[in-house]
Design a binder for this molecule. Structure first.
Ligand code: GDP
Length: 301
């Protein structure tokens, strides 16, 4: 079983340290609060958690560690929000004219966060579900990006549509989705560019990619890829991308590394959309659906 972010991250350490006490005094609460804030949980969620725990644990000493643990688990789970719908829109659809069209998943995010890797790993997951998948290399700015996507395509056995270097990203996305429709493919995954030096440029580009795709098929998911190890930086990126496209789900990558865990809660709050997938390594099978209960249990293990 893969190691989920949890054990030994800052969030986990803070919570477990609290549980290890048989008497909790004011200093302990302060320390606890501080650890949670540095765990990327954020000030708001930390305050809520601490207040809830203080009330429910009656402040003065926890007599029963098992009971304390249960309370902690419940309160943390509330923050991670198990009620969010985390299903991925990957079922082919039908247009108003009754034509079958593939589900289209746009994958967006800043370069280096793990977009291309996520596209490859997600293709693998879908192929394992017996879906016909096609990849579109709409990051035409970097030749290496399309090459990297092709490597993933051959690794997982799915075709890749790419354009000439510097081609219009929207036209490549259009071609990919059109090819997917003609080939009766189930899902088209579109990898996009993520250079941030020109926010307006990015905004125009991603907006156009989406509009052009939608001449053929609706976009079922816009997945924003965020690197969990970058902490607050991820939040800044989330804000920018939210302005650019309607993000429907978050992919948190590198949760296998030095990520502090609490970012899951913050980023969901910031965007109001769920973390749907998590990246747990660089390998082809290192992508998992995000499961709130599993996450909380890993943090508390
Ligand atoms: P892109 O520029 O956003 O397309 O990012 P890439 O897909 O090229 O990934 C950037 C780097 O992060 C590569 O070295 C990947 O192998 C690595 N990477 C991606 N996802 C994960 C993950 O979940 N865990 C780890 N440890 N590394 C990852």
């Amino acid at each position: 079983r893969r190691r989920l972010a949890g054990q030994d991250n800052a969030l986990s350490r803070g919570l477990l340290a609290l549980l290890a006490k048989d008497r909790i005094d004011a200093d302990t609460w302060d320390e606890f609060e501080e650890t949670l804030i540095t765990s990327d949980l954020g000030v708001g969620p930390t305050t809520e958690l601490v207040e809830a725990l203080r009330t429910r644990l009656k402040v003065d000493g926890v007599s029963d560690p098992a009971a304390a643990r249960a309370v902690l688990r419940e309160e943390l789970l509330k923050l991670v929000d198990p009620t969010m719908d985390r299903t991925l829109g990957t079922e082919p659809g039908t247009t108003a004219d009754g034509e079958r069209v593939p589900a289209v998943v746009m994958v967006v995010g800043v370069n280096g966060t793990g977009k291309t890797t996520t596209v490859g790993k997600l293709a693998r997951v879908l192929v394992a579900e017996d879906k016909d998948v096609l990849l579109g290399a709409a990051d035409t700015f970097r030749a290496a990006a399309a090459d990297q996507l092709e490597t993933w395509g051959s690794r997982v056995g799915v075709p890749v549509v790419r354009g000439a270097e510097q081609a219009d990203p929207a036209s490549v996305a259009f071609d990919a989705v059109r090819a997917g429709k003609e080939g009766e493919v189930d899902v088209v995954l579109v990898d996009t560019a993520g250079r941030l030096h020109s926010k307006t440029g990015l905004m125009d580009e991603l907006g156009k990619v989406k509009r052009v795709i939608e001449r053929t098929a609706p976009v079922s998911e816009v997945l924003l890829v965020l690197d969990a190890t970058t902490g607050q930086n991820g939040l800044v990126q989330a804000r920018i991308f939210r302005e650019v496209v309607d993000v429907s789900g978050i992919v948190l990558t590198k949760l296998d590394g030095s990520a502090k865990g609490g970012i899951v809660v913050q980023v969901q709050r910031e965007l109001g959309v769920p973390v749907k997938l998590i990246g747990l390594g660089e390998g082809v099978d290192d992508l998992a659906p995000f499961d709130a209960e599993e996450f909380v249990d890993a943090v508390l293990s």
